[in-house]
Write a protein that binds this ligand. Sequence first.
Ligand code: NOJ
Ligand code: CA
Length: 561
Amino acid sequence: MTDVLDSSPNPDTRDNDEDAGATWWRQAAVYQIYPRSFADANGDGIGDLAGITSRVPYLKRLGINAVWLSPFYPSALADGGYDVDDYRDVDPKIGTLDDFDEMITALHEANIKLIADIVPNHSSDRHVWFQQALAAGKGSPERARYIFRDGLGANGEIPPSDWVSMFGGPAWTRARDGQWYLHLFATEQPDFNWKNPEVHEDFLTTLRFWSDRGVDGFRVDVAHGCAKELPDVLPTQAELDATPTTDGQHPLWDRDEVHDIYAEWRQVLDEYDPPRIAVAEAWVASAERRARYASPKELGQAFNFDLLEADFDAGAFLEIVSTNLAEAKIAGSSTTWVFSNHDVVRHATRYGLPPRGGSDVKQGAEWLLSGGTTPELDVATGLRRARAASLFMLGLPGSAYLYQGEELGLGEVADIPADQHQDPAYFRNPGVDPGRDGCRVPLPWTVDGPSFGFGPARAHLPQPEWFSALSVEAEDDDPASTLTLYRTALTLRNQLQTTEALDWLGSDARSVLHFRRPNGWEVVTNFGTEPIAMPAGEVLVSSGPLSEGTLPGETTVWLKA
Ligand code: NOJ
Ligand code: CA
């Protein structure tokens, strides 16, 4: 199939069967596992590490190159594990360090790398440091690892500022002795004070701890939030909102000195052979600001959420791909692409809702809040577009981040009963933020069973009946299934991968995008609804059924010129 394509080795490519050394990450297909919702081996309803290990053959057959594992650390799950009690252990609810070692060994034997999530902006309130900080009191060195302030008002009863947390509700919580601590996320997630050298040292220890255990890299949570500069008189929320985030001087977000942290991390990551990789979650004002995190002197790569925020639209996709390829080149990095993750409405659902016209990370929120009734969801259109978009993405230069379940064409679950929600965003902002539980519902592996094969018992979040038809078992041998599409595309991608470049072909970017990679691998997406003439070339894979000589609407095809 690939014999006429130029497959000469080049340093920017990687091969699924062989370790491409230090550059393996540049064009990797990375599959995100949200561990508590992937596979439950012991039947307590919560996904676990042994469950992941048992599914390594599935991951291998899928054709991914790496797993990004969302937090697996001890946690009370106030924020799905992003509230970490201990950065150097495994949550006993989901396994042990031995289970972790077994999992990583199995992944490596299958030629799959492991990227661990690390959460440096905040710990949980159960972290030993935070407990010490509460016990030690005002002015103590223990308290100086976090951000404590006296309150306002005669008795300090008013929070130090009116800041609103990212999940809604106040960003300050009062400790028993009257001081307040800052948490940009949930109450249970106190922010670290990154001006404190002890915090720096401790995270370097954590990076070494997991790197020594064989972890291949790190996904850095809220990378743009760690450095903070809080003046004595704090700005109001309105003033904060009006402060630009473009010049590195905002008190909380994307400050220039945050890069000192990651330059320090790079030194540690480079102690290893191959160097450990890192990818920043950095919600910043521009591709240019993002590129700083992706510098080879820092984390090396940063998420680019532009496609995830865009409508299914040729013009938008063209602009996003062009800008990000250019920025990544300037940064000396490779770009990343992503449509779905554990924080957003799944793209098979987003694309079945009316377009929002512009970039919007909250797409689907209104529909979720209505319980999945308004606006009306067109399930078939959503899935057709999601398949077309994913096949488009998998042909792009750079690395592709996939979220568990998208390979099954899973949609968002909108009818989780109120008393079964888990996400703090849902509870802290009632009726305004629908929360993120709808994309975190445990995966269906079989067509029936108490949790569709997720485990031997029921799952920790309720699964809808329609998961049955989208289960691995239902899709396994179906040549038209989304699972078969992803397997075919990922396997081909490993064979076809080439230099990180593309040329746009054709002049009509209003509804069709067509590009060619340097070895003659072509990708054509018809974003419109009417069929177009099929460009010349042998069809390698298509996101939907083809009819003779035409490329149907909302369909992507890979061609060999
Ligand atoms: C980003 C993570 O992806 C999200 O799930 C989490 O709630 C916040 N960071 C806070 O850690
Ligand atoms: Ca379990």
